[in-house]
Design a protein around this ligand. Structure first.
Ligand SMILES: [Zn+2]
Length: 173
């Protein structure tokens, strides 16, 4: 009988809560990413930095994904966390990529935003706290949630389902 050893290992589970954030694998939705402003400036393009780190908004109908129907997963442009999928993307005709739900609650976080004289709910990446866009509710779109996650193309990156290994920048679709 080896019942005595088991209770010793039993409390390993509670110790997991003290795991350092940087120990989590990169790209995991639960991983917390903390970088300095200088590091973000270095890693991101000026437009990415403006939207992701300064809560800017790209002009409508100018972004890469507002009219994209490719199947795949949309990652955070800043940290790579998986945020949305093409399954929840829908044609809102508002000029920005629109989703009726995130890939999973917990992958994004919400902040009440009263800037610009509007009353909106900002959507941020839960892993790196970068700005993604806003979520609106009750607009009458025929989607399961009646919500519209209005997301900047520059805040996300599509990883197509057919070809997860993107080979190069020469993608002219
Ligand atoms: Zn992120």
């Amino acid at each position: 009988m080896s019942i005595f050893g088991n209770s010793i290992f039993g409390h390993n589970a509670t110790d997991l809560s003290t795991t350092a954030p940087e120990a989590a694998p990169a790209g995991s939705p639960a991983a917390k990413v903390a970088k300095t402003d200088a590091e973000w400036r270095e890693e991101l393009t000026p437009e990415e930095y403006h939207v992701l780190r300064q809560a800017g908004t790209e002009r409508p109908f100018t972004g890469e994904y507002w009219d994209t129907h490719t199947a795949g997963v949309y990652q955070c442009r800043a940290c790579g966390a998986e945020l949305f999928t093409s399954n929840e993307k829908f044609d809102s005709h508002c000029g920005w990529p629109s989703f009726w739900a995130p890939l999973a609650e917990g992958n994004v976080r919400y902040i009440h935003d009263r800037t610009l004289g509007m009353d909106r709910v900002e959507v941020r990446c839960a892993a790196c706290d970068s700005h993604l866009g806003h979520v609106f509710e009750g607009e009458g779109y025929g989607t399961p949630t009646d919500q519209r996650y209005c997301i900047n193309s520059v805040s996300i990156r599509l990883v197509p389902a057919e070809d997860p290994q993107v080979s190069g920048p020469g993608d002219d679709s």
